[in-house]
Design a protein around this ligand. Sequence first.
Ligand code: FAD
Length: 294
Amino acid sequence: MKLTKYEIPESSKRYYPNNPFIARVVSNQRLTEKESAVDIRNIVLDLSTSDIQYIEGQSIGVIPPGEQTDGRPHRPRLYSIASSRTGEYGCSLTVTLCVKRVITKDTEGHEVQGITSNYLCDLAIGDTVAIIGPAGRTFLLPQDDTTNLIMIAAGTGIAPFRAFIQRIYRDKKDWKGRVRLFYGVRNAMESAYMNRENDDISQYMTAETFESYQAFSHIESPSKAFVQNKVAENQEEICAMIDEGNFSFYLCGMKAMEAGVDDVFRNYASSKGRNWDEIKAKYKDEGRWNVETY
Ligand code: FAD
């Protein structure tokens, strides 16, 4: 049966690259602990004069200032919204982005800074940012609050799940379905919204319906694990939730995590003599299998 999801408000204004909304920065706080080499930030933007009404699971596009080498403006980059529709402070006037500062090396070993992520991470309170959207019509929560939710994230893939969790446990308060969050990062210091710098998600861990599992890939064995290992450890419960039928599955983060997680479900299905590709196609069709990787 097709899943009925939250509806995107028709009255919401949508902004496009030729006429972006100019948002002001309300705050820009580091989410990763000081000792961590990774810089992930919680960036709050003021939408109070925009008429944007986003919902959880949508994204915002950011147009960095300046031009590409051919003189054309930079293309927008998408960022998952990390706040529920009531905004960072519960008053519907802000949107939050969870942005990782991207720094890589070119073929000669020189450091290359990602254009938009570095621009965003360096913003100060009061600075302005050109944004477009909101975008996204499928990676949304179901309307039925008895639905079991399975959320799997790596790195900044946690962003939409922070929005979901705010919606479920802060705004609605009475989600009846079971909620299972699996989160993979390199170490505990990088665990956005679940570390000593910011424990925004940890505060809901006592909720009766909520369980979360973290996987740290860059620590000593035997505790070292990738997110798919944690999913595999809990596959009996997760697959039972899926088999019951009233569920919605979400996976968000780097593309590289997709295959490992898929293998867990493929192996489980084949151990029961089922064809995973057929099952997954049906769930996708019903709007229950939601993947947003980048
Ligand atoms: P770019 O400038 O676009 O560079 C991209 C990569 O190429 C970088 O690794 C950069 O170092 C490398 N590179 C660039 N130039 C060179 C060169 N000359 N030589 C070698 N390497 C080079 N990101 C988040 O942080 N949080 C989110 O919540 C989030 N949500 C997303 C949701 C969606 C639906 C999608 C599609 C993407 C999302 N992203 C998110 C990713 C985001 O859109 C950007 O892709 C990311 O921030 C990098 O953009 P950038 O402009 O900083 O890097």
